[in-house]
Design a protein around this ligand. Structure first.
Ligand SMILES: [Zn+2]
Ligand SMILES: [Zn+2]
Length: 318
């Protein structure tokens, strides 16, 4: 058994969000998630310098999923390593690293259908242009089940965690139960106060796998996700907090599932509610957040229930 590796959070602000990356201080150093275009130079480099590490020595860029606030800085960070770092992403989310347009297509196919914003496509295009540092081919495509060697006996295993996005993964530092889940554990959501996932069944199954199989002793989250009362968890959770956050995520999804299924069963009807055509679900949940604020998790998740009809166990649990 090797010495435990040290893990440092690296923070860069972005609007209403805090963007978190994590530095794994292994012989071949890794950074989990990359924030946006400016994050590597403005957030990571000085934070690493402060702990006596150099950004150019990073050898692994481990992406938990393809959303812009996680892959946006990947190309810039890769350039700062003189293109020596290996860039890792699940194959299902790789289009989001390869192409800015993929982010626009994802918007149009999902939440954009409900937002009725004539400028929506242009806004998402502008955001993708502004915050994604470059389009690139990943060095390594994963599916889950792989083990990456970071030197000195330090290994990281890759675990498929679909649901938030099709290609969400968890990275686990083997032997110390330190698990990075990006946005795969939503609890009650981050700044928008609503959990976001494209496939509810997969999201539920991934949470059960995390709780039952991975059993993190240290859990690292992509954002300060909120409890039911609105107070945020931190992004570095101990075993007890991790168990609570996972359980709360499972409970929150079950509650949203019941409301979504009641709404779908009643039949969707367009109204002038900002939650239309899911106003009934928002009402049942008492959700009063602005559903139009990007990344619009309310519409992403509701569309998920609409396109992934519930198995009986999913919707009927108490
Ligand atoms: Zn995300
Ligand atoms: Zn995120």
């Amino acid at each position: 058994m090797t010495q435990p590796v040290t893990i440092h959070p690296l923070v860069s602000p972005w609007g209403r969000f805090g963007l978190y990356s994590f530095f794994i201080d292994a012989p071949e150093p890794a950074v989990v998630d990359t924030g946006i275009a400016t994050s590597p130079a403005e957030g990571m480099a000085p934070a690493l310098a402060a702990i006596g590490r150099r950004i150019e020595d990073v050898r692994w860029i481990l992406l938990t999923h393809g959303h812009i606030d996680h892959v946006g800085g990947a190309h810039a960070l890769w350039e700062l390593t003189v293109r020596k770092a290996q860039v890792v992403i699940h194959e299902a989310d790789a289009p989001m690293l390869r192409s800015r347009r993929a982010h626009v297509e994802e918007y149009l196919a999902g939440r954009g259908r409900y937002l009725n914003d004539p400028d929506g496509e242009a806004k998402v295009t502008a955001a993708a242009n502004a915050v994604i540092s470059g389009e690139m081919e990943p060095s390594l495509l994963v599916k889950g089940g792989e083990t990456l060697s970071l030197g000195g006996g330090v290994t990281v295993s890759v675990h498929a965690m679909p649901g938030h996005t099709p290609g969400s993964v968890a990275y686990a530092v083997d032997g110390q139960s330190a698990v990075f889940t990006g946005d795969a554990v939503q609890v009650h959501g981050a700044a928008n106060g609503f959990p976001g996932y494209t496939d509810p069944d997969a999201y539920r199954a991934s949470l059960a796998y995390l709780r039952g199989d991975l059993r993190p002793r240290h859990l690292y989250l992509g954002h300060p996700y909120r409890r039911a009362d609105g107070t945020p968890y931190g992004v570095e959770l101990d075993a007890a907090q991790a168990g609570e956050a996972i359980d709360q995520s499972i409970a929150a999804e079950a509650r949203v599932a019941r409301a979504a299924c009641g709404c779908l069963a009643a039949g969707l009807a367009g109204t002038d509610s900002p939650y239309s055509p899911f106003a009934r679900a928002a009402g049942d949940l008492g959700y009063a957040g602005d559903p139009t604020l990007e990344p619009s998790p309310f519409f992403t998740s509701m569309h998920g229930y609409r396109t992934h009809p519930q198995s009986p166990t999913g919707a009927s649990q108490p």
